[in-house]
Design a protein around this ligand. Structure first.
Ligand code: UN1
Length: 517
């Protein structure tokens, strides 16, 4: 255990989460059935080994699927509000374990402790939401055109839901899916990120305890560990009617195509290229924290991170100077230490991608306003700490069109009316999140209108990240079109059935067709 880990109580946190063997031996977590080669998890915070996890072989995977499919037969028969009760207990466990789990998230993937806690809070929130929803999986009745007939629509459990999630939200994205899937009567097989495998084990331990306490089959929540080859087992499996995948557009393109080929459903939440439009009436007190948190929160590794600021020329210099000034206040370092705003990137590959993006932006004509670079020396030994950069750029630059998962913010100007800014905002391949900063009602409404932002999320006077769970989360175009978490996102975890019942003594056919015998 490293000095930092000791100082911030990591051993105790891991212990509270049921992760016992650390730094030697392996921890496979409840019900993972994993017996394959080991993956080691190193913290980007201090470069130290956190733990080791066995990967899932094809034979292990079969055991997982057997356990899941059997559990499904049981679980779908349990009344939905009783399933809600299980999710309620799970949410309560998360309340108890918010501190250790938040710490582990911060230590294993590098986001600030505040954001680690926020991520666990998101899990608690979705549980609360799902508990209420467990009494509201309502269908509808539909008037029939035939006398003595009634039509209705009902929702049934769909089966085993495959979940593939990314390192940047190593626990919350799983819970968005599972909390809804479980109240819907589905069971889940989750492949968490191989870059944050201890978080996966921790989550599995928490739910396994709840299931055990309620004498429920452990197959209701399954995990599989490993790289994309394990993900492929899920995407190719016809026993899995729904695959929810969060990650890069490159990954989603492959998963989406594979799942569609076998007529499965996929819920894709992929890359973003999120912009904030800053109009002449924008309030700088709102703009600066909104834009800066959006760009550097989670070290720019959120799908919703702010990548572009589209600023009206009349306020450009003022806004630029305020943002550049705010960057001067940012502290970068150990994310467990709450005096730091920004922790490390996930690994040194991410650092190289970040460096290459800055070079590319320069080569394309970008002007650096805040110099980036890799930090070295005491506290930065992992080699994963970088300085957030600001670059003046143009929207059409290839690198600006591309999502780089790092704290690089591109600034650009627009002239004239807000429509010009909206064109720039929409002028990328991705469509996740967007925002406008304005005190003009007309500009705000234009931005939200059919001719406005083409993203799944469009905000007014807040940044692009930090969505609440109550709304549907996801976006259009290369973001993949899926919606997770709130609103009616639950419907994707169920199958819809239309029923027509004839309670008359006749058999009139629909559309007035005559068929006399
Ligand atoms: C993600 O980056 O995949 O809106 C999820 C947000 C968070 C979720 C981000 N609530 O920034």
């Amino acid at each position: 255990m490293s000095t930092i880990a000791q100082q911030f109580g990591m051993q105790e946190a891991l212990h509270a989460l049921g992760i016992k063997e650390i730094n030697d031996g392996t921890s496979t977590g409840s019900n993972s059935f994993s017996s394959g080669p080991i993956i080691e998890s190193y913290s980007p915070v201090d470069g130290q080994l956190i733990g080791k996890v066995k990967t899932t072989t094809a034979a292990d995977y079969e055991k997982v699927m057997q356990s899941a499919t059997e559990a499904f037969k049981f679980f779908r028969a349990m009344p939905a509000p009783q399933r809600g009760e299980i999710v309620r207990q799970f949410g309560n466990k998360l309340r108890e374990l918010k501190e250790p789990l938040g710490k582990l998230v911060s230590y294993e993937m590098g986001k600030s402790l505040q954001e680690g806690y926020g991520e666990v809070q998101e899990m608690i929130d979705i549980c609360d939401f799902a508990v209420g929803l467990s009494r509201q999986l309502n269908g509808q009745t539909i008037p029939s055109e035939r006398p003595g007939h009634v039509m209705r629509e009902q929702w049934h459990s769909i089966g085993v839901v495959g979940i593939i999630s990314a390192f940047n939200f190593p626990v919350a994205v799983w819970s968005w899916n599972t909390a809804l899937a479980w109240i819907c009567g589905d069971v889940c097989v989750w492949k968490g990120s191989e870059k944050a495998p201890i978080c996966t084990i921790a989550c599995q331990n928490i739910i396994a305890e709840v299931l055990k306490a309620n004498n429920l089959p452990e197959g209701i929540s399954c995990i599989v560990n490993g790289d994309y080859t394990v993900g492929e087992m899920i995407t190719n499996d016809t026993r899995i009617p729904l695959v929810s995948a969060t990650g890069s557009t490159r990954m989603g393109r492959i998963v989406g195509a594979k799942v569609a080929e076998r007529f499965g459903k996929s819920l894709l939440e992929l890359g973003g290229n999120n912009a904030i439009i800053i109009t002449p009436t924008a309030d700088l007190k709102v703009v600066v924290p909104g834009a800066v948190f959006g760009a550097v929160g989670t070290a720019g590794q959120r799908c919703t991170s702010t990548r572009r600021l589209i600023i009206h020329e009349s306020v450009y210099d003022k806004v630029r100077d305020a943002i550049v000034g705010a960057y001067g206040q940012l502290t970068i370092g150990n994310p467990l230490d709450q005096k730091n705003h920004i922790g490390p990137l996930i690994d040194t590959d991410a650092v190289n991608t970040y460096l290459a993006a800055i070079e590319k932006a320069k080569a394309e004509g970008g002007k650096v306003l805040v110099e980036g670079g890799v930090l070295s020396g005491e506290g930065y030994e992992s080699g994963c700490y970088v300085k957030p950069a600001i670059i003046e750029a143009e929207n059409h630059f290839e690198i600006v069109q591309h999502e780089t998962f790092a704290p690089i913010l591109y600034l650009m100007k627009y002239e004239g009316e807000v429509e010009n800014a909206i064109d720039l905002q929409n002028g990328v391949a991705q469509g996740l999140s967007s925002a406008i900063m304005t005190n003009s009602m007309k500009e705000a409404e234009k931005f939200l209108s059919f001719a406005g932002s083409d993203c799944g999320i469009a905000n007014v006077n807040i940044g692009t990240s930090g969505a609440e769970i109550g709304g549907a989360f996801g976006g259009e175009k290369e973001t993949g079109g899926g919606r997770e978490s709130g609103s009616d996102a639950w419907k994707v975890y169920m199958r819809r059935q239309t029923n027509t019942v004839n309670y008359s003594d006749q058999l009139p056919l629909a559309q007035g067709i005559k068929f006399d015998l």
